[in-house]
Design a binder for this molecule. Structure first.
Ligand code: DC
Length: 654
């Protein structure tokens, strides 16, 4: 079995750019495919569930093409004006509820012969209420396996919309979504009446909002009756952006509320159309500090413990799972009510959640539609969490590691359903960074590498990125003071680190980047703000589990300001010059080529003065960094001094 071992974590802080919303992505794809005209969709979610929708649309003849020139995840959809050209297809729907439900309804009105099947769990997820609704208007939808569940077979039929369609709303709101999105294809007036209380209402709001953007309005009487006036057609609105996924935001916001923060998610905000942004209100009930902007939400921990809660969570069923795990950090028993829909999701989420929370020491009471969680004073260490092929189980249980205990997540790959890079994003706000800054030739490179090896952490030599940029610019004949041009070189930098070797354009430049000329060039271009900005994300991407040791000039001040361990490693100018001189001898540089030692001192002084005097990210000993002066230390002693800092600040990494 595959697994991911999360180390004990204590702090979460930083910013995460959210992937696109699954609910919005799949609805937009279908509406764009059904519309008249061409739609450009930007920031579509790239995940298993959207790939299921894309593949299905291709099979029924919709013309959806990626537009790589427009950046990540942009698509152009040539709408088929309400009629899919493909009249026969076998469609595999994986475990994507947001694909099978609306497609079933749209295909039932398309006059073709289709089959829809999925993974075994999909064949256990009910779809009977939707099929009943479609049969009321004459659609020919048959069960190819068990009555009430996929796989389904759809045949051409003549449809009559005389009486209101009666449908249940208490199993899944997606049945209503599916009918609402498909019925305008008939061009006739359609009325839907709910026979039971509608759950997950915010998802219906997303549906109605997106239909309106495609030109179809629905008259709503409370949440009981929906009327689609006759004669409406979907028309492309042109270009659309997919909002960030508000359900995915819940993990990061909860991390901020549990473990310090602030954690900011970008891609959702005040004007979001997704119901799950209300998750932040639930965190506020627990005492978390929440800030909302137009395109971000931010959460920080309260001064004391998070407070226990008793909440009806019917409106945020997906994000509510995150609250169940956040309950492990509360000051008392937490009750999650009105969550019966959990039973028919990717897995029986009430049962799965109860089982896994108990592994962490919680006392859990499980009801038909509720869960009560009484956390233990400390979390059980080394729990191995099963994920039930449910992306949300994997994502929300990653939060347990914030209790400072190691946690194993079994089959972590299931996050690909909606968030393939979830654990990298989670590492970006939680994996500890040991930031080692200092002047040239202070020994930080060697020390940082050995500290990384001792802790089993990743290693970032940020100076190498500046040196590589300088080398690439020199090779390309770019003037080192042409800020915009050098920044472009930095942003594109086709460099690879393979073991101890560094490659640029596939050429081994391990030695070349160490040349004095390149070092001096690096120091010059490092003073250019646009170059520093271009390298920022690249450096931050090195932050992965179990942790990172990063060396440079501004690791603790600018790149990883929330690093839990910061060290300023220095040595006297004379000692540094002597080390540099010895390095040159060790490298075999002949006597007549070697610079005079006073020239090396001068060179180092000049470089340090430039690195210290620049207005952006200057080299400086900030008060939050431990000072380690290596003038009189051996390498082993310097490593021991840094590890001492690590063990004081991160005792659990002993
Ligand atoms: O550490 P080094 O000698 O390899 O760094 C080369 C140059 O890059 C150095 O003179 C300053 C610059 N640099 C920087 O400005 N910020 C960093 N984080 C690392 C290096």
């Amino acid at each position: 079995m595959e697994h991911l071992d999360l180390p004990p974590l204590r702090r979460a802080a930083g910013t995460v750019k959210l992937p696109g919303s699954k609910s919005i992505s799949n609805r937009m794809l279908l509406l764009a495919a059904l519309a008249e005209g061409e739609t450009e969709i930007r920031d579509l979610l790239d995940s298993d569930d959207t790939r299921v929708m894309l593949a299905a649309l291709a099979k029924v003849g919709a013309n959806v093409t990626p537009v790589t020139a427009l950046g990540n995840n942009a698509y152009r959809v040539a709408g088929c004006a309400g009629v899919f050209p493909g009249k026969a297809a076998e469609l595999f729907m994986g475990n994507a509820g947001t694909a099978i439900r609306p497609l079933t309804a749209a295909l039932a009105l398309s006059g073709g012969h289709y089959t829809l099947s999925g993974v075994p769990r999909m064949h256990e997820r009910p779809i009977g209420d939707l099929v009943d609704g479609l049969r009321q208007i004459g659609c020919d939808v048959r069960y190819a396996g068990k009555e009430g569940y996929p796989p389904l077979e759809i045949l051409p039929a003549s449809v009559k919309l005389a009486a209101p369609i009666k449908v249940r709303g208490d199993v899944s709101s997606q049945f209503l979504t599916a009918l609402l999105m498909a019925l305008p294809l008939t061009g006739e007036k359609a009325v839907i009446e709910m026979t039971t209380e509608l759950i997950s209402k915010p998802y219906i709001e997303i549906t109605l909002n997106l239909m309106a953007r495609f030109g179809v309005t629905v008259e709503r009487e409370g949440w009981q009756r929906f009327t689609i006036p006759a004669g409406q057609r979907y028309r492309s609105p042109g270009r659309l952006h997919v909002e960030g996924d508000a359900s995915a935001a819940s993990y990061f916001l909860a991390a901020g509320a549990i473990a310090g923060g602030p954690v900011r998610v970008e891609g959702v905000g005040k004007g979001s159309i997704q119901g799950d942004v209300k998750f932040a209100d639930a965190l506020a009930v627990m005492g978390a500090k929440i800030i909302r902007g137009d395109n971000f939400i931010e959460a920080s921990a309260p001064a004391g413990k998070l407070k226990a809660f008793d909440l009806d969570l019917n409106h945020i069923p997906d994000a509510a799972m995150t609250l169940a795990v956040a309950a492990l950090f509360a000051d008392g028993k937490c009750t999650l009510r009105n969550i019966a829909s959990w039973r028919v999701k990717e897995t029986d989420r009430i049962a799965a959640m109860a089982t896994e929370l108990r592994k962490l020491g919680a006392t859990v009471e499980e009801g038909a539609d509720y869960l009560a969680v009484l956390p233990a004073p400390t979390l059980t260490s080394h729990a191995a969490i099963d994920t039930y092929d449910d992306h949300r189980m994997a994502m929300c249980f990653s939060l347990a590691a914030l209790g400072g205990v190691p946690v194993r997540i079994n089959e972590p790959g299931c996050v690909a359903k909606t968030f393939p890079h979830y654990f990298d994003a989670f590492a970006r706000i939680t994996a500890p960074v040991i930031a080692i800054d200092g002047p040239s030739a202070s020994g930080k490179g060697t020390v940082a590498q050995r500290v990384a090896a001792a802790l089993g952490f990743h290693f970032l030599d940020s100076g190498a990125l500046y040196r590589l940029t300088a080398l690439a610019a020199l090779k390309a004949g770019v003037a080192l003071d042409d800020q915009a041009a050098v920044a472009r070189v930095a942003a594109e930098l086709p460099a690879e680190f393979v073991g101890d070797k560094i490659f640029l354009y596939k050429e081994d430049v391990t030695e070349a980047v160490r040349a004095e000329e390149v070092g001096n060039g690096a120091s010059k271009i490092a003073a250019l703000p646009a170059v520093r900005a271009a390298l920022l994300d690249r450096q931050r991407a090195y932050r992965r589990f179990p942790g990172l040791v990063a060396d440079g000039r501004d690791m603790g001040s600018a790149v990883f300001p929330d690093a839990p361990v910061k060290v300023f490693l220095t040595a006297s100018a004379a000692a540094r010059a002597e080390r540099r001189y010895k390095q040159l001898i060790d490298k075999g540089m002949p006597d007549n080529m070697r610079p005079l030692s006073q020239d090396i001192v001068k060179d180092l002084d000049e470089r340090d003065a430039r690195d210290a005097a620049r207005p952006v990210a200057p080299l400086k000993h900030y008060p939050d960094a431990d000072r380690v002066d290596t003038t009189a230390l051996t390498i082993e002693q310097a490593v021991a001094a840094v590890l001492d800092s690590v063990h004081r600040k991160l005792p659990f990494f002993n």
